[in-house]
Design a protein around this ligand. Structure first.
Ligand code: MN
Length: 348
């Protein structure tokens, strides 16, 4: 008899002493809630202790509010002391696709993900990668339902936020399984807590970053690129680009921001079958790492130095490669917001 995926997942882990969850750098709501949900599943069904880890800081205000309000305990990955008899489960990411700091960790036992970008999955005991799903949390909700577990309001709130942040933005990439998971989880979630996470208070640096991103946005035919010299937080690239892709005259939007000695990239497409993840992966090539979904992708390029010439050279190379990949003729970018227009508006 073919076992359900959740049965096979649990069977893979049943002989270990503890389960440690890992995910991509700067964990987002989908990865955080997926770890929470699977930890609950393992604690309930296998009676094993679990640990949730955090690779790099979480700086986006909403994500920080989620961690605080839902009281999510995260161990920084660099502080983890690994044991031989523990199992490592990777969620919302695949081995060797992003920056993972897993030195000294036992081999990965299971991978649960929904990214298009293929990782190195050889030798992993349990793999559930569903590219057609909008969120990893949707897989987790399916497992909990299969195992007859009802999430607490805290967990349901996390799963709800994890799914909605992946699905309810634009461009949407939801399937029927995501919708089913949302409908199931919505009545269980704490809507007041959800509202507090969605409307988290923002630091002053956020507004400066936003202004800089708009002032440095340039249109190249069907593409808009925002070059941000000082990105206050790495997750801000995604926020900027979610906004820019709504510009009615473009099909593609990229934010490339300098943060912590790297160029942080976030790409969006407003067309179907864009294969944005694959495209950015090819464009970045050996300069760094990139991947994602059909209409959303992200990546990182380490900069040789923070000198403005090094930044400019990398920006020029990236622009050249991206224009070529999108079959856009080399052209001078037109400012999205012209300084003259801003001044004129101030005086009217
Ligand atoms: Mn995800």
């Amino acid at each position: 008899m073919a076992a359900r995926r959740s049965d096979r997942f649990l069977a893979t882990l049943k002989n270990c002493a503890r389960v440690t969850f890992v995910t991509h750098v700067h964990p987002d709501p989908d990865s955080l809630a997926s770890m929470m949900g699977l930890a609950y599943l393992i604690e309930e069904k296998l009676g094993l202790p679990t640990r949730l880890t955090r690779d790099g800081p979480i700086s986006r205000a909403e994500n920080r509010a989620m961690v605080e309000l839902l009281d999510i305990e995260l161990e920084p990955i660099e502080d983890v002391v690994w044991a031989e008899d523990e199992a490592v489960v990777m969620v919302d990411s695949q081995p060797n696709t992003g920056r993972h700091n897993l030195a000294g960790a036992p081999p990965i036992s299971a991978v649960i993900d929904h990214h298009d970008t293929p990782g190195d999955l050889a030798g992993i005991g349990f793999i559930d990668v569903r590219e057609t799903l909008g969120a990893t949390c949707s897989v987790v909700v399916t497992y909990l339902r299969e195992q007859g577990l009802i999430p607490s309001s805290r967990l349901a709130t996390g799963l709800m936020y994890g799914i909605e942040t992946e699905l309810c933005g634009y461009p949407r990439e939801a399937g029927p399984a995501d919708e089913a998971a949302l409908i199931h989880i919505y009545p269980l979630a704490d809507r007041d807590l959800l509202a507090r996470i969605r409307n988290a208070r923002l630091p002053q640096s956020y507004f400066g970053g936003l202004l800089q991103a708009l002032q440095n946005a340039f249109i190249y035919d069907r593409l808009i690129i925002s070059w941000v010299d000082h990105l206050p937080q790495p997750e801000m690239a995604a926020e900027v680009v979610d906004n820019l892709i709504r510009f009615e005259e473009v099909d593609w939007a990229l934010c490339a921001g300098v943060h912590g000695g790297s160029l942080i990239l976030s790409l969006r497409a407003a067309v179907e079958n864009a294969q944005a993840g694959e495209l950015l992966h090819k464009v970045v090539g050996r300069l760094g790492r990139a991947g994602g979904h059909d209409r959303r992708a992200g990546g990182t390029i380490p900069l040789p130095s923070e000198a403005s010439s090094a930044i400019e050279n990398m920006q020029a190379e990236l622009r050249r490669r991206l224009l070529k990949a999108l079959h856009i003729d080399e052209c001078r970018g037109q400012r999205l917001v012209k300084k003259r227009e801003i001044l004129e508006n101030l005086h009217t």
